[in-house]
Design a protein around this ligand. Structure first.
Ligand code: 8NA
Ligand code: MG
Ligand code: MG
Length: 345
């Protein structure tokens, strides 16, 4: 049966929260044996375990601010969104925020701030953050806006509130565009899906600022395009090792080292893979595989979970996983309300 749009919306936000909560277990780990991942996942099915629910981190906390702001303002309002980030941080500072972004979040709390984009621009000696913090919270932009141009434009502005380096905000656009395409069923043709993302990123990376930022970081021009081409090469291989994925695509906290990686996880797990249980559906495979890469596991699983959830829909997500994670019901409610907004004429 075709996956209905509302199911895709719910799958996207719930998949994102699950990736964050379930992936938190291995955040920062260098080596994550698949055995340990599968153990962690089977513990979710055991309702006698009694060690409480898995908590969400900054990824979900900020995603909720983005969704709440878009729903309340019914469009992108940078001041409203900035205030929600600041308020959320001051209310729960212990959610595992990146070490740089907390300075921005403190400055955004000031009622005297004139330009809400300014604190982000002052980061890292004026170069701005290239972390994946803009990308990890970008999903609601794909659910709120119907046109691809709007998804692209507003996901970048939304990221610029904390990430002014083009590698940071273009990573957010890539994540939002991947979810946008997945919602439309584009993962049915994986090669087309990646080609569409490459042509989107060509547009964004031919910009002078993007070229300047890439050069300043010693990267070649069109850094996202070149990673996406590597994703394509890996898709063509008959077998791909974890080491290869990490060395070709990365698993770090930089957006460049995690957004293309998350996209690869989804594409690789469209089909059953050795080492992953046969009873797993595509979304379960995607989250399991994201964790096995190690590194920034909560954020990579969060981004991959959103893209996969938009493809497979809410019914592909085991209930035992959903009840094991904090914030799932709230994410489901946000998804339903974003769907109503999306459907407005
Ligand atoms: P951020 O903006 O603080 O960036 C993250 C880190 O990237 C910074 O702390 C720097 O180390 C580095 N960085 C970014 N830009 C530059 C630059 N221009 N020059 C030099 N270094 C730079 O925070 P963010 O929101 O992007 O971070 C997102 C990640 O942080 C997510 O993975 C999230 O889960 C969280 N995180 C938390 C922990 C933890 O221990 N709690 C660990 C990893 C990641
Ligand atoms: Mg996190
Ligand atoms: Mg993380």
């Amino acid at each position: 049966a075709p996956v209905m749009m509302l199911s895709r919306f719910r799958g996207a936000l719930v998949g994102s929260v699950l990736g964050d909560c379930i992936g938190g277990e291995f955040e920062g780990a260098v080596d994550v044996p698949l055995d340990r991942v599968l153990q962690h996942l089977s513990a979710l099915e055991d309702d006698t375990r009694g060690d409480g629910i898995l908590q969400y981190s900054d990824d979900t906390a900020m995603m909720r601010c983005v969704a709440d702001s878009l729903l309340t303002r019914m469009t992108f309002d940078e001041r409203d969104m900035a205030q929600r980030f600041a308020k959320e941080y001051s209310h729960s500072p212990g959610r595992g925020y990146g070490s740089g972004v907390v300075q921005v979040l403190r400055k955004l709390a000031s009622p005297h701030l004139k330009d809400v984009f300014q604190p982000a621009q002052a980061q890292f000696g004026g170069r701005g953050s290239f972390g994946n913090g803009g990308a990890m919270r970008a999903v609601p932009f794909a659910l709120a806006f119907r046109s691809r141009a709007d998804v692209r434009k507003y996901s970048r502005f939304g990221a610029m509130l904390t990430h002014s380096c083009s590698l940071g905000y273009n990573g957010a656009a890539l994540q939002a565009l991947a979810v946008h395409l997945s919602l439309q069923g584009a993962l049915a043709l994986p090669k087309d899906f990646i080609d569409k993302l490459i042509s989107e990123m060509e547009e964004l990376e031919k910009d002078e600022t993007a070229k300047h930022d890439a050069k300043a970081l010693n990267l070649s021009e069109f850094p996202y395009c070149s990673r996406l081409h590597r994703v394509k090469e890996l898709m063509d291989k008959t077998s791909v090792s974890i080491e290869e994925v990490i060395s070709e695509l990365g698993n770090g906290i930089a957006a460049l080292q995690s957004v293309p990686t998350a996209i690869f996880c989804v594409l690789y797990c469209l089909e059953p893979q050795d080492g992953l249980p046969e009873r797993f559906g595509g979304l379960e495979r995607t989250i399991a595989y994201s964790l096995a890469l190690g590194g920034d596991t909560d954020t990579i699983a969060c981004m991959a979970g959103a893209i996969a959830g938009a493809h497979y829909g809410i019914d592909s997500i085991p209930l035992s996983w959903q009840v094991s994670c904090e914030g799932v019901d709230e994410a489901d409610d946000l998804a339903r309300r974003l769907y109503d907004l999306y459907c407005l004429p």
